[in-house]
Ligand binder design. Structure first.
Ligand code: GTP
Ligand code: SPV
Ligand code: MN
Length: 594
């Protein structure tokens, strides 16, 4: 497939290390895909689903100990410890390579080594990057074929360049005690051992497109962010692009595929999906910020996805999709998950493969769930009914607004606009959210997750904040406007107050109006909030203007507490915290005390 020396040398080295029985080069052809699917079913790794109802779809169950990203076992291995920063686990490269090689040595014995050449971003795009993943898992190969652009063509683009990312995955025994997800940003290398789950093993995704790419972006003057990208089309047919960073399982896929409320649809408003998880952004020739989605599919959260909450995501999963850790409905060999519909399957297997008893199902007790809370679908982007025309174009889309957000039961209002880019960087750096099932560990605890990048930044976060500030300087008055949203304010009973989902369009319209200077706002200590009358509540049932006023409120006492917590959070970054951000925090405190 290639004569590239750096590629062939690395593959030979890895082969000597892992000693496979066979070696297979992946070309991503239909024929090869079908052979791999058949082989995967034969060895019991995947199950074929109902060909009439779900053509080309398969179910995979991971080990029970391997159902989410493992942040505690994820490492950034830079020469100097301080370069990984206070928010990453660090290990010296030499020590970690030795440990990983000891684990990987001989681990492909009796197995096949698959070589997967892939492009993150449209092949040949100036914003794209190339990687090669070596894996012993057909499930990983088939997922990579959906999630990235796998093709021998990437070698034509690569030529004899050494600018590509080495990705090695070894399933080993899925031993959680020896599970490591390691990035070596200085060597363009990723090694993952003892896992078979999503973000741990689809190495093009979080490991490359965020951890390695964020480091590359810092060095090369661009940005790799945990952001969806959407195009909002108005009745005149003009499309404005928005990028939004929310932590894992906080609504990126949903917002990216939003269907506007009926009254806006009738007027001609539409949303187009460019990406649902990752954005790579560069300054274009006209000085604006342009974004591509480096991925080629969606690795989306299944529970809660239904034809009402996210019609487009559900449609995307109807063919050529791989489901992971969902429930199998034995009656018709299809899949089910909590929140898909009200018809609990009578005759089904839960995500562990055990008989599931719908009578014992209790929403509040996760152990009675049929699908794992972090169960996922891997669906090709081309299946998505609202995929943007720009998705496959390498040039990227110009970003008008950047949105930060998270799950905050109180504190953050429904939406506010930062005062300027620097203040927006402050808002992003101070972001917090209640934790979800997307990562192993406690769920529902508030943690600071700057720019939704806490688990994904491949270098010191203080330097990362400075990089954001530097990008702002370069963008000048062409910089996107920065906003913060919170769909997750709760009432005293813990119910979400804002209807969310499609109705988030009402907030997006305000955001675009602000970008175009079409609407005034109220200046508060934290930024600009909407005049309640500027959030259109047309046809919104059971939601009063009073409630809106309530969730737009910026409570002084709550925010003074928040400012104190941000101050604590900032201490971690020591002298790498940009002075500008310290100044921003002081200004916030002054504003609150006015
Ligand atoms: P990752 O793939 O982990 O990065 O997640 P994501 O940010 O793409 O989150 P996703 O869109 O899959 O949503 C996760 C969960 O949040 C699902 O259970 C959704 O139903 C729920 N959710 C999404 N949008 C909203 C919203 O506007 N309001 C409420 N209340 N819940 C939402
Ligand atoms: C996330 O956790 O942010 C995901 C899923 O998108 S994973 O690919 O596992 O990282
Ligand atoms: Mn994500």
């Amino acid at each position: 497939m290639t004569n590239n020396k750096s590629v062939l040398n690395w593959i030979a080295e890895v082969k000597d290390l892992v000693t496979p029985d066979n070696v297979v080069w992946i070309d991503g052809s239909e024929k090869q895909i079908q052979e791999l699917r058949d082989e995967s079913v034969r060895i019991g790794e995947m199950e074929k689903l109902n060909e009439e109802k779900l053509p080309g779809c398969y179910l995979h169950r991971t080990k029970e100990n391997d159902v989410a990203r493992v942040e505690a076992r994820t490492f950034i291995c830079t020469t100097k410890e301080e370069d990984a920063g206070p928010t990453n686990n660090w290990c010296a490269p030499a020590e970690m390579y030795k440990k990983l090689y000891d684990i990987a040595r001989g681990s492909y014995k009796g197995r096949t080594m698959y070589i997967v050449p892939f492009s993150m971003g449209p092949i040949g795009s100036p914003l794209a990057k190339i990687g090669i993943e070596i894996t012993d898992s057909i499930y990983v190969v088939l997922n990579m074929i959906i999630m990235t652009r796998v093709s021998p063509k990437v070698f034509d683009v690569l030529g004899d360049s050494n600018d590509w990312v080495r990705c090695l995955h070894c399933k080993c025994d899925i031993d959680p005690e020896n599970r490591y997800i390691c990035q070596f940003p200085e060597d363009n290398t990723i090694i993952s051992v003892n896992s078979g789950y999503g973000g741990n093993v689809l190495l093009g995704k979080k490991c490359f497109a965020l951890r390695i790419a964020s480091y590359q972006g810092w060095k090369e003057g661009w940005m790799a962010e945990h952001m969806l990208i959407l195009g909002l089309e108005n009745p005149k047919g003009e499309v404005k692009y928005i990028a939004a960073a929310f932590p894992s399982a906080c609504g990126k896929t949903n917002l990216a595929m939003l269907i506007p409320p009926e009254y806006l649809k009738k007027k001609g408003y539409k949303v187009w999906t460019v990406g649902d998880d990752i954005a790579w952004m560069r300054i274009g020739e006209d000085g604006r910020l342009y974004a591509i989605n480096p991925e080629n599919g969606f690795f989306g959260v299944a529970p809660g996805t239904n034809s009402k909450s996210n019609f487009n995501a559900l449609e995307s999963t109807k063919k050529n999709t791989i489901f992971t850790n969902v429930c199998l409905n034995l009656d018709d060999n299809t899949v089910w998950w909590e929140g898909l519909n009200k018809d609990l399957p009578e005759n089904a297997l839960d995500w562990k493969g055990n008989k599931w008893d719908p009578k014992k199902f209790n929403k509040a007790d996760k152990s009675t769930c049929a699908a794992h809370p972090n169960s996922r679908f891997t669906a090709p982007a081309e299946n998505c009914p609202c995929i943007s025309d720009e998705f496959d174009k390498g040039a990227g889309v110009p970003i008008s607004a950047i949105i930060f957000g998270g799950r905050r039961a109180k504190t953050a209002p429904l939406v506010y606009q930062s005062k300027n880019w620097e203040n927006g960087v402050f808002v992003g750096s101070a972001m917090a959210s209640e934790t979800t099932a997307a990562a192993a560990g406690a769920v529902g605890v508030v943690r600071r997750d700057p720019m939704a990048m806490l688990p994904f930044c491949g270098y010191h976060m203080g330097d990362y904040f400075q990089h954001w500030l530097d990008m702002g300087k370069k963008l000048g008055d062409k910089a996107p406007k920065i906003f913060n949203v919170n769909w997750f304010r709760t009432d005293d009973e813990g119910n979400f107050v804002w209807p969310g989902f499609g109705d988030n369009m009402r907030v997006l319209n305000w955001i675009i109006d602000r970008c175009e200077d079409k609407v005034d706002a109220v200046e508060t200590a934290i930024g600009f909030v909407p005049n309640p009358d500027d959030i259109d509540l047309t046809d919104l049932k059971d939601f009063s203007r009073e409630t809106l006023v309530d969730i737009l409120n910026v409570d002084k006492e709550t925010w003074l507490k928040e400012a104190a917590e941000i101050e604590e959070h900032y201490k971690k970054f020591g002298d790498r915290l940009p002075a500008e951000l310290k100044k921003q925090l002081e200004t916030l405190k002054e504003n609150l005390n006015k």
